[in-house]
Write a protein that binds this ligand. Structure first.
Ligand SMILES: [Zn+2]
Length: 74
């Protein structure tokens, strides 16, 4: 299985929506712009945002098995 490198290119944070909730989350995302991670197949790298992983993990799996997806969002 190949290793997959992920670079954080954009973090979406909607303060206008966060403000509308009674219990706003203060740290919506643990990742930083241009931070990079090396994935070992299905394993979520340490510090990789859980909700982003939910979105990208199937792409990471495809890439780890030799697929060609190169752009994704989460
Ligand atoms: Zn996040």
């Amino acid at each position: 299985m190949k290793k997959v490198k992920i670079t954080v290119k954009k973090i979406a944070r909607y303060d206008d929506l966060i403000e509308q909730y009674e219990n706003p989350i203060e740290h919506a995302c643990s990742m930083e712009l241009d931070q990079t991670f090396i994935c070992n197949g299905w394993e979520r790298p340490d510090g990789f945002c859980l909700s982003a992983w939910d979105t990208v993990s199937s792409f990471v799996m495809a890439l780890a098995h030799g697929g060609e997806t190169s752009t994704m969002a989460g």
